[in-house]
Write a protein that binds this ligand. Structure first.
Ligand SMILES: *Cc1c(COP(=O)(O)O)cnc(C)c1O
Length: 320
C-alpha cells in the first residue's frame, strides 16, 4: 500500500462512490460572516446519508475489499454507521466494535442498518482489539475509521466537492480527530490550490492528534467524555498515514473548551442547522475569535448530525 494518498487516488474514489453518496449542499452563514469579518460558508455534510461524511470513506473502502466473510471496525459511532450502510449496500455482513462511551442513539442506528454493534471495553483502543481478532480469526476485513488509504481517499472527495462549490475558498476549517477527514480534504484542496489554508479543530478534552503532534510521534492520552464525542479516541500508536499527513498538510490547530463547542451548536441551531458537537467546532472557533475570514472566504465543515436530540435541546436551553 502506498504511503501517501494522492489527488489521483481521491479522484478515483470520487468516480467509484459518486452514485452512492450525496453531493451535500452549502450555505452562507450571515451571523458568522459578520463576526468573522468576511464570508463564511457552511458545508452541510451532516446531510450526507447516515448523517456524516464518514460514508464517503467507508463506501470507497468497502468497494475495494476482495472476497471476505464481512467487514468490521472499531468506531466512536459515525464510521461504524457508515460501514454498516456500505456493507448492506454491497450485501455483506458487518460487525461494529464500539466502546461503552458511545451513546445509545448511535448503537441503535447501527442495529437499524442491519449490522451487529458489539460493545467492548472503555476506550476505542479496546474495541479495536476485538476488530483485530475478527480479522485474524474469522476472515473479516478490518476497515479502520481513519488510518487507511481508501478511507482517506474517500473523505478527500469532500475536499474536491468544496472546491467545486466554493472555488475562491481561502481557508477550510476541519473537525479533527484521527485525521482521515483532514488528511483527505487537505490533500485534495492543496493539490488544486497550494495557497489554501487548512485549519484543524479539536476539543481541549482528550485531543490525541494534538498531543501526538506536540510529542512528534503518535501518543496515547486518556479518552474523556466531551460534547464533541465523534472527535474522541486515539490515533493509534502504529499510525501510518494520517499522523504524517496531518503534520505536513495542516496549517494550524485550534482547541476548544466544552463551552465554546456548546456555543457553536447553539449558533448553528439558530440558523437552522441541527448538528452534533464535532460538527460545531468551526462555529465555536469563529465565535471565540480564534478563526476569521479576513483573508478570504472561510469554509466550515459541518461534519455530522448524530447527536441525541434530548442532549441537543439541553445544550440550547443552557445557553443564556
Ligand atoms: C469522525 C468524525 C470527525 C473526525 O474525523 P477524523 O477523520 O477522525 O479526523 C469529525 N466529525 C464527525 C461528525 C465525525 O464523525
Amino acid at each position: 500500500m502506498p504511503d501517501v494518498v494522492t489527488l489521483d487516488d481521491i479522484m478515483a474514489a470520487r468516480d467509484r462512490i459518486g452514485d452512492q453518496v450525496r453531493i451535500t449542499p452549502f450555505q452562507g452563514s450571515p451571523s458568522l460572516s459578520q463576526i468573522a469579518g468576511g464570508p463564511v460558508w457552511l458545508k452541510c455534510e451532516y446531510r450526507q446519508m447516515t448523517g456524516a461524511f464518514k460514508l464517503r470513506g467507508a463506501t470507497n473502502a468497502v468497494a475495494r475489499v476482495g472476497n471476505v466473510a464481512g467487514v468490521t471496525t472499531a468506531s466512536t459511532g459515525n464510521h461504524g454507521r457508515a460501514l454498516a450502510h456500505a456493507a448492506r449496500a454491497k450485501g455483506i455482513p458487518a460487525i461494529i466494535c464500539v466502546s461503552r462511551l458511545v451513546p445509545q442513539n448511535k448503537l441503535d442506528a447501527i442495529a437499524a442498518l442491519g449490522a451487529e454493534a458489539r460493545v467492548i471495553g472503555e476506550s476505542q483502543d479496546e474495541a479495536f482489539h476485538e476488530a483485530i481478532r475478527l480479522q485474524r480469526e474469522d476472515g473479516f476485513a478490518l476497515i479502520p475509521p481513519f488510518d487507511h488509504p481508501d478511507v482517506i481517499a474517500g473523505q478527500g472527495t469532500l475536499g474536491l466537492e468544496i472546491l467545486d462549490q466554493i472555488p475562491d475558498a481561502a481557508t477550510i476549517a476541519v473537525p479533527l480527530s484521527g485525521g482521515g477527514l483532514l488528511a483527505g480534504v487537505a490533500m485534495a484542496a492543496k493539490a488544486q490550490n497550494p495557497d489554501i489554508r487548512i485549519i484543524g479543530i479539536s476539543m481541549e478534552r482528550g485531543a490525541a492528534m494534538s498531543a501526538s503532534l506536540a510529542a512528534g510521534r503518535p501518543v496515547e492520552i486518556p479518552e474523556l467524555p466531551t460534547l464533541a464525542d465523534s472527535l474522541g479516541g486515539g490515533i493509534g500508536l502504529k499510525n501510518r498515514l494520517t499522523f504524517p499527513m496531518v503534520r505536513d498538510l495542516m496549517d494550524d490547530l485550534i482547541l476548544l473548551s466544552e463551552d465554546q463547542i456548546a456555543a457553536g451548536i447553539c449558533q448553528l441551531s439558530s440558523e437552522g442547522h441541527f448538528v452534533e458537537g464535532a460538527a460545531a467546532v468551526g462555529a465555536g472557533a469563529v465565535l471565540s475569535r480564534q478563526l476569521n475570514a479576513k483573508d478570504g472566504p472561510l469554509v466550515l465543515i459541518l461534519s455530522g448530525e448524530n447527536i441525541d436530540p434530548f442532549r441537543h435541546a439541553e445544550i440550547i436551553q443552557a445557553i443564556p
